[in-house]
Design a protein around this ligand. Structure first.
Ligand SMILES: [Zn+2]
Ligand SMILES: [Zn+2]
Length: 409
């Protein structure tokens, strides 16, 4: 077996992993770099020339893992969860970026093994900030490789990591993400502890705006728990309202609970007359109308930086948000981006308090120890990291690669 990290031994996101067995040659994940710069580097046999890969597998629907799937040559099968694909398309349907994924994909599901030539591949659902994320077990030529994708053990599904790893059992090679290797923190706070923190900071405010990723369903649950404990109604923006219809009925949403409103931001509203958007808005129209009143009571609402104009309008024209705070509940790194800087500056101007309350979607030390102690790998390759040497503090089986270097075993 051969493993080559085409890109991603020295960066977080935009990681492409190549695995070659006697008969098959595959790639795991094909996304954009996290800095938002579109780099369209071509890979012979994958994006140009004669197809030489037998498949590409996408672990989850974050842009840095799947953003480039339309660049893959048509004849190469791409495997990804249908649900993950629909969530991704839903988000982009409401944004300025291109919407639909053009190419066909083959559905993958939790614990449903599929084969690519002599490779047996089994996805295992795992806790991460994207709903429906997978680790991949690849078995071929008598060897077992585990590719973690992005994962953690401190979300609401975190408790399942141990059970999943025990089910996977001993492996020969571990390819693991190492996002937190460049951070000092030892143990991450859990989503449950985050609820306590948000309750503590926001209980005396009437209006709480959660700046967060719309696809982070754990955080949506967290928002609901905060609302329950602080006596607030919940308002979801139109994108989140639609995503919840796809993923779960277990979290109260605008169609199954009278206490949940739907906010239609102005910049999405403009597109309302476009035929493709009607289906996403019509089913919520009644709730959208009723939500106007909810804005004058106590509420917690998910927001995005693109809603800046709406927040300004609510505060200055509609005379709401008079006792308001924003909870910045995302990766700190986004604050470098222009849109975020502009948003945060405006909050200052509007005299809206901002609190930074977030827990990472990525594995902490306890998760790495669990991973390595249970799967007992013979070799460990760190990827998706800016500090790959740190893996040596968890294992003496580290294999430190640079981009394009091959590990053979
Ligand atoms: Zn990632
Ligand atoms: Zn991710």
């Amino acid at each position: 077996m051969q493993v080559r990290i085409l890109k991603g031994t020295n960066q977080i996101g935009g990681v492409f992993t190549e695995i070659i067995s006697k008969e098959a040659k595959i790639i795991i994940d094909f996304g954009d770099d996290l800095d938002g710069v579109k780099r369209l580097e071509n890979i012979e046999g994958l994006t140009i020339g004669t197809p030489s890969y037998d498949g590409v597998i996408i672990t989850h629907n974050h842009q840095d893992h799947m953003g480039r799937i339309d660049d893959i040559l048509d004849d190469i099968p791409v495997y990804m969860s249908d649900l993950s694909r629909r969530i991704f398309e839903m988000v982009f349907c409401f944004s300025k970026n291109k919407g639909k994924i053009k190419r066909k994909t083959i559905n993958i599901e939790d614990r449903k093994t599929f084969t690519i030539k002599d490779m047996k591949i089994t996805p295992f659902i795992v806790d991460h900030s994207a709903y429906n994320s997978f680790m991949l077990l690849i078995e071929a030529n008598g060897k077992r490789i585990l590719h973690t994708g992005d994962f953690r053990n401190h979300g609401y599904k975190g408790i399942l990591l141990e059970k999943t790893l025990k089910e996977i059992g001993k492996i020969d090679l571990l390819i693991t993400e190492g996002t937190t290797f460049s951070r000092e923190q030892i143990k991450s706070k859990s989503e449950t502890e985050l609820v306590d923190d948000i309750v503590d900071k926001t209980k005396n405010y009437d209006e709480v705006l959660m700046l967060m990723s719309t696809t982070n369903i754990d955080r949506v649950t967290t928002m609901q728990k905060v609302a329950n404990r602080t006596g607030k109604k919940v308002i979801h923006d139109i994108v989140l309202s639609n995503i919840l219809q796809l993923v779960t009925q277990r979290i109260p949403n605008a169609l199954n609970s009278k206490d949940v409103g739907v906010f239609l931001p102005t910049n999405y509203y403009i597109k309302k007359d476009k035929e493709e958007y009607k289906q996403y808005i019509e089913q919520f129209q009644e709730r959208i109308n009723e939500t106007g009143k909810m804005l004058y009571g106590k509420f917690i609402m998910n927001i995005r930086v693109s809603m800046l104009k709406d927040i300004e309008r609510l505060k200055t024209k509609n005379n709401v948000l008079n006792n308001c705070c924003v909870v910045y509940s995302m990766w700190e790194g986004y604050k470098q981006e222009k849109m975020y800087r502009k948003f945060l500056d405006k909050m200052k101007e509007l005299k809206i308090d901002v609190f930074n309350l977030h827990v990472s979607g990525h594995a902490d030390c306890t998760a790495f120890n669990e991973l390595i102690n249970i799967t007992k790998p013979e070799a460990v390759i760190p990827i998706h990291t800016e500090n790959k040497e740190k893996i040596k503090s968890f294992t003496n089986k580290a294999v430190i690669l640079n981009d394009m270097e091959t590990y053979e075993f």
